[in-house]
Design a protein around this ligand. Structure first.
Ligand code: DX5
Ligand code: ZN
Length: 216
């Protein structure tokens, strides 16, 4: 069964507690938190105080997706704020710093993940894969919710599964961007185990039915 991680980027920020309770009540698995710095991506969203504030509101794992430049600068603060999973972009720093950041996340007792932008090939991830608990394949350009799903990322998803099966079979695959009740099937067929959905979850007329469809 796949897992669904609704992204609070599409939540009502004035009613974040209500929307997070709703995610839990509707049977979703994780809460996805999109952190943007206006440098790595052309948008600014939420940060450490918000992770800290929502931590006591839910028992669900917090899946924190850092779309920030040189994430090693802030990894510790996000783990201490309550992240269960911390995802960093491999395009956001030099390889030595990305590797050091993954080690740091593990030392702090958190699960570590890397993410790849659409233009980044699967092979660019190979050096990091032994240190990852999860790999996130972006199916839109990071920065904004509500964009169109890029089906042409599916071969990359399959390729990463193949690479992981050889060197780190316990590592899971996540997809993020444009996932809805139709595109989720394609993601699962191609190896995605955790699916992020922002606008499709929050706009669904029947959110519980949406959760069931994605998890099925
Ligand atoms: C995009 C974010 C996504 C976003 C997904 O940069 O990483 O998590 O919230 O939103 P939808 O599901 O609307 O594409
Ligand atoms: Zn995300």
């Amino acid at each position: 069964m796949a897992k669904l991680a609704p992204s609070i980027l599409s939540a009502d920020f004035a009613n974040l507690e209500r929307d997070i309770h709703d995610i839990e009540h509707n049977g979703a698995d994780w809460v996805h938190v999109d952190v943007m710095d206006g440098i790595f991506v052309p948008n600014i969203s939420i940060g450490i105080p918000v992770v800290q504030a929502i931590r006591p509101v839910t028992g669900l794992p917090l899946d924190v997706h850092l779309m920030i430049d040189r994430p090693i600068r802030y990894a510790e603060q996000f783990v201490k704020a309550g992240a269960d999973w911390l995802t960093i972009h491999i395009e956001a720093d030099q390889p030595a710093n990305i590797l050091a950041c993954l080690d740091k996340i593990h030392q702090l007792g958190c699960k570590a993940a890397i993410s790849l932008k659409p233009g980044t090939p699967a092979e660019a991830a190979s050096v990091y894969l032994p240190k990852c608990d999860m790999v996130l394949v972006m199916t839109v350009e990071p920065g904004f919710g509500g964009q169109k799903f890029m089906a042409d990322m599916m071969p990359k998803l399959r390729r990463l599964r193949q690479m992981l099966d050889e060197i780190n079979p316990g590592c899971i695959l996540e997809v993020d961007g444009g996932v809805d009740s139709a595109t989720c099937a394609l993601c699962k067929e191609n190896g995605a185990e955790v699916l992020v959905a922002g606008s499709a979850y929050f706009k669904a007329a029947d959110r519980q039915a949406f959760v069931r469809t994605v998890r099925a």
